[in-house]
Design a protein around this ligand. Structure first.
Ligand SMILES: *Cc1c(COP(=O)(O)O)cnc(C)c1O
Length: 381
């Protein structure tokens, strides 16, 4: 296949080289199971990365981690959970798994994440109706830290726990604190296109060993201590496999480098768009936020680009086999969630309409960049 036809993916897996070593070890020792030395080794690697007093349970997906977080908080039928509307459905679907109801909150324009003012408005509204929300799910979209101090102030004022969806933000930080350590519990994902991957996987980050142990207990079918299989609690099959965790151990060795490259990719785009009217790269709002720039996002104001839209640019990329992608379609606009309460001012609708995620693979080479910037140049200039 000629090089110019080779697909450039949005954010493909990028192996570091040592992954196979850990997988081979798993094969040699026959630890082909959802437990083993790679699982605990991978957990330790992440715990070390996140800092003191963080406990990590490696799971089969980020979605599973979100589900367990809700279960651990005792959320169930009839409860309400405050959710960021602009996100991937996996942030929210577990709310339905436990029989609870999401209440959607719009974004603020700085980070594109949950608006603290609308969050407070929603809480006041629900309290007036005698319904105290049980949790807040805030997301760091595309690696951009949400406005933690403001969100946290509201959460503390009303004493509502925060589940931090850090699936896209491993390697980001807020005021020097790593994303994945900011909520009462935090969710990580190692799906194929995330900043590091285990092919598929996730983790729940807790603040106590007891909660981690409980997560692992629930994730391995909740077997009580007995010589036979005894169950007094509803369990799940959510543990990460030792083979996948081997990939994770290799990937942890290159995480810091992947973050630097993602940020370089964003800088390349930002430099290019300096001279293009109507296109703004979605930058961090101030120096408190450090983004891993998992995906580089631009916003296009078609009034200033002579009618050029994100959809048109996406098509131009697609014609030469380059993947780009619209922003997440807000949950309050999804058929599945159309009947849910929503507190908003149209910010996430606008971000969805004007945004585009550009190719952000850390394995891209000179030739790939040339193709991408070739498309951007002929499209905008
Ligand atoms: C990927 C992702 C998830 C879910 O993670 P999986 O490992 O794919 O289940 C949750 N939330 C957000 C914001 C994500 O991007």
């Amino acid at each position: 296949m000629p090089a110019q036809d080779k697909k450039i993916w949005l954010s493909p897996p990028h192996m570091g080289g040592e992954e196979l070593y850990f997988i081979q070890q798993a094969f040699q020792e026959n630890w082909i199971a959802p437990l083993g030395p790679n699982v605990s080794g991978f957990e330790q690697d992440i715990e070390q990365y996140l800092g003191e007093d963080k406990y990590v349970a490696a799971l089969s997906s980020g979605t599973a981690a979100m589900h367990l977080a809700l279960v651990l908080l005792g959320i169930g039928v009839g409860d309400e959970v405050l959710c960021q509307s602009l996100t991937f459905a996996a942030s929210v679907n577990p709310v339905l798994y436990v029989g609870a109801t999401p209440v959607f909150i719009d974004s603020e324009p700085n980070s594109g994440n949950m608006c603290p003012h609308l969050l407070e408005e929603a809480i006041e509204h629900r309290l007036k109706h005698g319904k105290k929300p049980k949790a807040i799910i805030a997301v760091h979209l595309y690696g951009m830290p949400y406005m933690h101090d403001e969100i946290n102030a509201v959460a503390e004022k009303y004493e509502i726990p925060v589940i931090e969806d850090s699936a896209e933000a491993l390697g980001s930080s807020y005021k020097g604190q790593p994303c994945g350590t900011l909520g009462n519990m935090s969710v990580l994902s190692f799906n194929g296109n995330k900043i590091i991957t285990t092919s598929g996987g996730g983790a729940l980050v807790t603040r106590t060993r007891a909660l981690k142990d409980k997560s692992v207990f629930l994730a391995t079918q909740a077997k009580d201590e007995a010589p036979h299989y005894e169950h007094s609690t509803l369990g799940y099959n959510y543990r990460m496999s030792n083979v996948c965790a081997g990939i994770g151990r290799g990937q942890m060795k290159v995480l810091a480098d992947r973050v630097l490259v993602k940020r370089e990719i964003f800088d390349k785009y930002a430099l290019f768009f300096e001279t293009i009217a109507g296109v703004s790269p979605f930058k961090t709002y101030d120096a408190t936020a450090y983004s891993n720039h998992w995906l580089s996002v631009i916003l296009i104001n078609e009034e200033e680009t002579a009618g050029k839209t994100p959809a048109m640019l996406m098509k131009a990329f697609d014609e030469v086999n380059i993947e780009s992608r619209p922003l997440w379609k807000p949950m309050h606009l999804q058929p599945l969630y159309k009947d849910c309460l929503y507190f908003g001012l149209g910010v996430s609708d606008r971000l969805f309409k004007t945004g585009l995620c550009l190719p952000s693979g850390t394995g891209m080479v000179e030739e790939d960049y040339n193709r991408i910037f070739g498309v951007l140049t002929s499209f905008f200039k």
